[in-house]
Every structure is written in C-alpha cells, then in structure tokens.
Design a binder for this molecule. Structure first.
Ligand code: SF4
Length: 445
C-alpha cells in the first residue's frame, strides 16, 4: 500500500481518500483537492462527485468497475448532535443511476478516524473478503466463515475476530445473492438500504468492512464549535423533536392515516381501516423495549420493539418506513408480524421499503389473476396474509422460486410478467416509492 503524504490541510476534513482495488488487492491514498471539498460538501455531495469522476460510462452496476464509495462529511467526528452520518454512493443496481444511501452512527465517526474522507472500493475479490482498515492500514482477510450469516451474526463474528472497538459494515444473505435492493448494515441494525448498495458490495465478493482509527480532524475554532454544540443540544431537546424522542418516526402512521396519506394495499387506498393496531402509539404500548441513539445524538429517535406473541421472538429497530411497507401497504394489521417482517429484512440485509412495495405489487398481481400458485410454484400471495409476507421475504433473500423474480425489484419483475402489471409497480425509475401518498401529499409528487 502506498501512503499519501500530500493530503490537504483543511479544517473538518482529512483531505484524502483511500482507494481499494479488490481484484488486485492493492490500495493507495489520494489527496482530494481543496476546491472539490469546498464545492461538494458532505457525504452525498462528495460521493456524487467521486462517482461521476470514477465510474466508467455505461457499465452495469454489478460489474467490478462500479465504485462503492463510503463518504463522511465535515461535521462527522465533531460533538454536534445528529452529525454522525455517512453516505454510500454507487451506481444503483435498481435504477442504473446514482444511488445515494445514508446511514449513521459509529461507523461514520470511526471511518473518519481511519484518516480518510472517502473510501472508494472497486474490483471484485476472487474469494469472499473481509476488508480491514486499521488507522489507515489495509488488509484483505479471508471471509469464507462469514458467508451465509445474517447481518447481526456477521457483525458479531467480525468484532470477535478484529476486536470489540471495531466498527463493522456488512451485507446479509440478500447482498450475497445480489438482491437488487440489498442493504449494507452497520452498528447493530443501522441500514444503508435505499437503491441497493448491498448488491454492489455482494457483487464484489465483499462480505464485511471493519474499521478503527485514532485520527482527529482539525477544527478551526473549537470554542465556537462547543457553543454551537451546546445550543443545538438544547434545541434538540425541545418541542420540535418531541415526536422523535417519544414515538420516533412511527408517530407518522396515525397522522398519515388521518390525513389520507398512508399508502395502503399497494397504493390502492390512502387510509388503512385496521391502522389502529400498527400505529406508533399502539406499537409503543405493546412492544416497546428501549430507545437507541446513534453516536453523539441527543434525540434518540430509534425505537427497539419486540414481539409479544407465542411465535419466535423477534426484536429490532422499527421506523415508519418499515411499518408502512410491511403493514398497511401489504394489508397486514398484526403488529407482531410487522415487527417480525422488519427484523427479518434487517437480518437478511434488504431495504424494507423496496421489499414491501415489490411484494405489494405481487399481491395485486395475485388479486388480478396474474401470478397464480401454478405460476409461482405453489406460493400464494394475498393482501393481509402475514405468513405469506414472511415467507415472501425469505424467498426473495434466497432468490428461491418466485423470490428470484421479486429480487429484481418491482420494475423489472413487472416488465417480465407484463399483462399491464407495469401500471401497478409503484416505482420511479426503478426505485420503489416510500411511504407518502403523492395524490394527497402533493409536495411528494
Ligand atoms: S438517533 Fe435518530 S435523530 Fe439521532 S442521529 Fe440517529 S437517526 Fe438521527
């Protein structure tokens, strides 16, 4: 590995990026010009610039040359509340355009402490790989033993191997199977999921990345930053964020249902007649375990929920987007099933929104006489069928039976099935729509 000694001196940044080629198992550092850092601020901005510069024209998203870019921003590593974010930017296997997916917590701060502002991964490892970055030192480690593991199993195994201070980003079985909406998971369940970066990571035979470091990025005026930090902390504890501190984003379910903006049964309705059982209030009362915080966050919008029925216990983070996509959108009103479905997606490493929207498309196909059990190998999908929802998620992650078609996402699946089903594939340029009904929430349209 070649060390770069000409990094720029610029406050808030390391001034350099780490370039990793999995094919040759080589890495080197490159300085990022100061004018680039100033023009393209933040994870998504710098990531989009780097993708534009580094991604060869016309390649398929799953080709080795597609760069998988992890990018932090100037405030990452500061003590400012909610600043611990990173972007994963790559050519999206769902859309074929720029894919920009945000995640947060200690993976962001630790990545910056390794000494880079961006980690750019290209190529494809011949064997399953665990990429280790320890204070800027890169190692390509064997990862055969990690293959097939869920995201939490992978994170646990990598931490046991690399030390518990290590931060881990990894894919689950869905990423290994190149499900086009596979996610990258970090910090015990945070997800970079939208636009399918986990499929790109899987296409590179890269199961996990472990990072740790000690670099401290220079701040121009630490006293001023402290004053701003105190002010933001105070404001983060005020009424504007109360909803996030109490019910989290799950509070949206009942509000959106009242407003008629809760996408239901594949966007055929905008209110859900059984919403009462999956509102933030109901879920909090019946399933709440604890709040969780990203690194340096004083709000703590994450709600950890657990099932409370006789079935197999499932516990995990629950957000509005997961609740809408695996509840009202597929007609499921059983809160335990919604928690189980969301946790299953997180463990298998799939975007909950794209999973729910693609399954909802398939359910509407079944309703309309397409995708009969004969065509699906005996698997039957219908709105409100919780068991079918859970089985459908597993089939997609394993690309088994009808799951192989659905793993392509709703746009490609509908083009294959045809017969007018493209009309109810609720996607824009290949990306499944989030939980906001555009006909009533007009700013969404
Ligand atoms: S806990 Fe919620 S509010 Fe805080 S940084 Fe994480 S996502 Fe943002």
């Amino acid at each position: 590995m070649k060390e770069n000694t000409t990094a720029n001196e610029i406050y808030g940044y390391n001034g350099k990026m780490l370039m990793v080629d999995l094919t040759s198992r080589q890495s080197h550092w490159e300085a990022i010009p100061e004018d680039v850092l100033k023009k393209f601020i933040g994870g998504s901005g710098l990531g989009a610039y780097l993708l534009h510069k580094l991604c060869p024209t016309g390649i398929d998203a799953l080709e080795p040359a597609n760069p998988l870019i992890f990018v932090t921003s100037p405030l990452v590593g500061s003590r400012l509340t909610t600043s611990s974010k990173f972007a994963v930017v790559t050519k999206s296997p769902l859309t074929g355009f720029i894919g920009d997916s945000l995640s947060s917590s200690f993976m962001a701060t630790e990545l910056k402490k390794t000494g880079c502002d961006a980690l750019v991964i290209t190529g494809k490892s011949e064997l399953p790989c665990l990429l280790s970055i320890d204070d800027g030192h890169v190692e390509f480690l064997e990862a055969h033993d990690l293959m097939g593991k869920t995201t939490s199993e992978t994170e646990k195994a990598v931490k046991e191997r690399m030390g518990h201070r290590t931060r881990v980003a990894c894919i689950g079985p869905a990423g290994e199977k190149l499900v086009r909406f596979a996610s990258i998971t970090n910090d015990g369940g945070r997800q970079a999921a939208r636009t399918g970066p986990g499929a790109v990571m899987g296409s590179k035979n890269l199961k996990a990345i472990s990072v740790k470091g000690t670099h401290v990025v220079p701040v121009q005026d630490p006293d001023a930053l402290n004053i701003i930090g105190d002010d933001l902390t105070q404001r983060s504890l005020g009424p504007a964020t109360e909803k996030y501190r109490t019910l989290g984003t799950m509070a949206n379910v009942s509000v959106f249902n009242r407003l008629g903006t809760l996408p239901t049964r594949n966007f055929q309705q905008s209110t859900f007649d059984e919403a009462e059982s999956v509102t933030g209030e109901a879920m909090h009362q019946a399933h709440f375990v604890k709040n969780a915080h990203c690194a340096n966050c004083t709000i703590g919008c994450e709600k950890i929920l657990v099932t409370n029925d006789d079935g197999k216990k499932a516990q995990g983070r629950m957000e509005y987007e997961s609740a809408f996509a695996l509840g009202p959108l597929v007609g499921v009103a059983d809160s335990n099933t919604v928690i189980r479905a969301s946790t299953l997606c997180d463990e298998l490493g799939m975007d909950t929104i794209s999973t729910g929207v693609t399954l909802a498309w398939a359910m509407e196909c079944s309703d309309k006489g397409l995708l009969t059990p004969d065509q699906t190998g005996g698997f039957s999908l219908s709105f409100g069928d919780g068991d079918a929802l859970l089985e459908g998620i597993k089939l997609i992650a394993e690309r088994r039976g009808i799951g192989n078609l659905l793993a392509e996402g709703s746009m490609r699946a509908s083009r294959k099935v045809g017969q007018g089903s493209e009309a109810w594939a609720m996607q824009v340029k290949g990306l499944e729509m989030p939980g906001y009904e555009p006909r009533s929430l007009k700013t969404m349209a």
